[in-house]
Design a protein around this ligand. Structure first.
Ligand code: ASP
Length: 445
């Protein structure tokens, strides 16, 4: 059994968190590969090391001294090192970084130092080997990861001890450091899981997996024991942000389950994310709804023109106007002669009147209406498939709670029903669905 354990910033925020990480690693000898983020916030007033490094870069760019910020970073690592009695030569590490702190420096190099230093300290503390991600995570020049080369490089570093690899960065073929998008250590963990052929990819964070609904909206929601990749994509896309959106791709091809766990509650089994949950469902039948998520602030542009239902290319012409302004479209619900185009308000607000002008000019609609303040709620669940009456029950719930539905859509795979309501009803709607489909079902079991 091989496990890759990735620890997020909150799991390595200070010496106390390092101790928890060590206890987790020592509890299970199959946790041979560790990927670490940079130290996160110790408290609400604190800052993530990566944010501080980006701030240093911005100061340098504007010719302002970044010393006070850099000193905060030095102090944080020095505290961890001293509290844990480690020997790593932090002074020379920081001298090296300081020597490149000048205009024109590589931002990627600077902002990757959080992961580098955290992982190096963690490796010493765990008694594991350290492999710099610049030496083992191989990017191509187009930004994609060269998995074969990465596999080779990591295999060459496997020794008797476990291995700690920093998340978030790697290097281009010419050796220049390149970072991933923010939150990218999740992706490094998934890449390592792929190349070492892990049986499971554990992603340790500060929540016990995915909740059925956002705990800021629903009081004490239950957690999701098992979710499949497609459900996860729907949930993350619509706003449930526990993992980086791209984490699935490296593990999907090798069918490696991801287990989201809580460093502060290590006995909690967390959420298991799998290509197919059928096995798990047999033991533990899922609720008909896996999760409820959503986002506020969409704009709807509704275009009506008689007899367009038979006109070939009408919809394409509408959509190509949005494409010209590089607006990504959320959904296009339609009836006979009416099409609504829904996009996030922040995507369209700067070009809305240009788009509307072009639609009027090129498509000559009979009517065109714009509505803002739409919230989209996604009800996701693999168990909804082939369940007659599911959407009926859902919609009647909105009706009995006097929530007006503006848009409804469901794809043919029946994995997700999306309902559009006024922003004002967003929280109420999520709570109603939760109470009716999760809380009541739980009580009756
Ligand atoms: N430290 C990086 C960030 O804050 C990457 C990560 O933590 O995943 O975005």
């Amino acid at each position: 059994m091989i496990k890759v354990a990735k620890f997020g910033g909150s799991s390595v925020a200070n010496a106390e968190q390092f101790r928890k990480v060590k206890a987790i690693i020592e509890k299970d000898k199959s946790r041979r590969f560790v990927v670490s983020s940079a130290c996160g916030k110790e408290s609400n007033e604190d800052h993530k090391v990566t944010d501080l490094l980006f701030l240093c870069e911005a100061h340098i760019r504007f010719g302002v001294s970044c010393d006070p910020i850099f000193d905060q970073i030095v102090a944080k690592y020095t505290r961890i090192k001293n509290d844990l009695g480690l020997e790593m030569d932090l002074d020379s590490e920081f001298d090296k970084i300081r020597s490149v702190l000048k205009r024109g420096m590589s931002t990627d190099y600077l902002v990757s130092r959080g992961e580098y230093l955290t992982s190096k300290l963690l490796a010493e503390y765990l008694g594991f080997d350290f492999a710099d991600a610049a030496e083992v995570i191989a990017f191509r020049y187009d930004g994609s990861v060269d998995m074969d080369r990465t596999r080779q490089l990591i295999e060459d570093r496997i020794g008797k001890k476990g291995l700690v690899i920093p998340g978030f960065y790697g290097s281009l073929p010419n050796g220049v450091i390149r970072v991933m998008s923010r939150g990218g250590s999740d992706i490094t963990g998934a890449i390592v899981a792929n190349v070492v052929g892990a049986d499971i990819y554990e992603n340790w964070t500060d929540v016990s997996g995915f909740m059925v609904a956002d705990p800021r909206i629903v009081k004490k929601p239950i957690s999701i024991p098992c979710i499949n990749y497609s459900e996860l994509r729907e949930m993350s896309y619509m706003g449930a942000n526990v993992l980086h959106d791209d984490v699935i791709f490296p593990v999907k091809s090798r069918n490696i389950p991801i287990n989201v766990r809580n460093t502060n509650d290590p006995d909690n089994p967390g959420t298991l994310i799998m290509a197919d949950c059928t096995e798990q469902d047999r033991i533990n039948p899922p609720h008909c709804i896996t999760g409820i998520t959503g986002r506020k602030d969409f704009t709807v542009i509704t275009i009506t023109k008689m007899h367009t239902s038979t006109e070939v290319g009408f919809l394409r012409r509408i959509l190509s106007i949005f494409e010209d302004y590089r607006v990504s479209i959320e959904s296009v619900p339609s009836t006979v002669d009416t099409f609504s185009v829904i996009a996030a308000t922040k995507e369209v607000e700067n070009c809305l009147y240009d788009i509307v002008g072009r639609i009027r000019e090129e498509l000559k609609p009979d009517d065109l209406r714009i509505e803002d303040h739409l919230a989209m709620i996604a009800v996701v669940g693999r168990a909804m498939k082939n369940q007659p009456g599911m959407s009926g029950r859902l919609l009647s719930e909105f009706g009995s709670n006097e929530i007006n539905i503006k848009v409804i859509s469901q794809s043919c795979d029946e994995l997700c029903i999306v309902v559009g309501v006024d922003n004002r009803n967003f929280e109420k709607a999520i709570n109603c669905i939760y109470d009716r489909f999760i809380a009541e079902e739980k009580e009756s079991n």
